[in-house]
Design a protein around this ligand. Structure first.
Ligand code: PDD
Length: 284
């Protein structure tokens, strides 16, 4: 397997980064995860725009090497051979030999990329598979979750706190307000209305979230960006999570609340996945 570091493709086992990299010392870095299917990137432009936006919010200059990021990724995909891949890109403020909160002006960003095989969403292959189990947690993250920062302690701690071996995803709430998952956005279905929390809440504007919002609305479904309360969970007919690697996956249970069951073809999530499947066929 191959990785990319600062302009060079290097074997994954040989790639090295200095411990003085500010990404390591301060978590001073941002990232993206982009899926590719049949060697073709999916929603690249949207990911690229968000990457540049994250860099600009935290004042990391856009490195020249990412001007042709799509070509670099295509090269990586070719080298790593799997037909479906998840491409991970991380950009830090760079290596600074003296640990200081204030970076030296001459610091050049570190650009790192690697890819892994992307498993096909199990719910596309077997729509009758049991849904995910979610655990509700108070959202203690910083207030700029629109930045795709690698500083992810609050997203990770709940998975390492006691026995979470059978929890698939954490659902963050701020008081009554449900925000998103630790690694995904969340959708709810109430009767025939599909709802996801609005961008004004403290969430990452997921590329997959935006894709499903647009496509479901284009296909005539009733979709809305609206606050959902913890108290509304027991009234939900369906809950889904979305992300670039998981696509869209249905939820079976949140804490002790079990979602209603029906014939799989009647679920809105199943219809949404069919739209994605069609779009992937024409993805070029
Ligand atoms: N996670 N919200 C959070 C907190 C996320 O970390 C992610 C993605 C999403 C979904 O965003 P998108 O649809 O653009 O992937 C929402 C990635 C996949 C990860 O951390 O690996």
């Amino acid at each position: 397997m191959w990785a990319f570091l600062n302009g060079e493709f290097i074997s994954k086992d040989e790639v090295r980064i200095s411990p003085f990299d500010r990404g390591f010392l301060f978590g001073d870095s941002i990232y993206e995860v982009i899926p590719s299917y049949n060697n073709k990137l999916f929603l690249f432009h949207e990911h690229f725009e968000r990457l540049k936006n994250s860099l600009s919010i935290i004042n990391i200059p856009i490195p020249d090497s990412i001007n042709n990021l799509d070509l670099l990724i295509k090269e990586l995909i070719k080298k790593n051979k799997f037909s479906n891949q998840a491409i991970y890109i991380q950009i830090s403020r760079g290596v600074d030999p003296i640990r200081s909160h204030v970076a030296d002006d001459a610091t050049l960003p570190t650009v790192f990329m690697v890819s892994t095989e992307l498993d096909i969403n199990p719910y596309r292959e077997n729509p009758q598979k049991k849904g995910l189990k979610l655990s509700l947690e108070q959202d203690i993250r910083w207030k700029r979750c629109d930045v795709k920062a690698t500083t992810l302690l609050p997203n990770i701690i709940p998975f390492h706190d006691g026995d979470k071996s059978n929890v698939d995803e954490i659902l963050f709430h701020d008081g009554q307000k449900i925000n998103e998952g630790s690694k995904s956005n969340v959708f709810f279905v109430f009767e025939d209305l599909i709802v996801t929390p609005p961008k004004e809440q403290n969430i990452l504007l997921g590329v997959t979230r935006n894709y499903f919002l647009n496509r479901l609305s284009e296909e005539g479904f009733n979709v809305s960006e609206k606050e959902v309360k913890v108290d509304d969970l027991s009234k939900a007919d369906e809950i889904w999570v979305t992300s670039s690697t998981k696509e869209l996956q249905p939820v079976y249970k949140v804490n002790d609340i079990v979602l209603p069951e029906k014939e799989y073809k009647e679920y809105y999530w199943y219809k949404a996945l069919k739209i994605l499947e069609e779009d992937l066929k024409s993805n070029s």
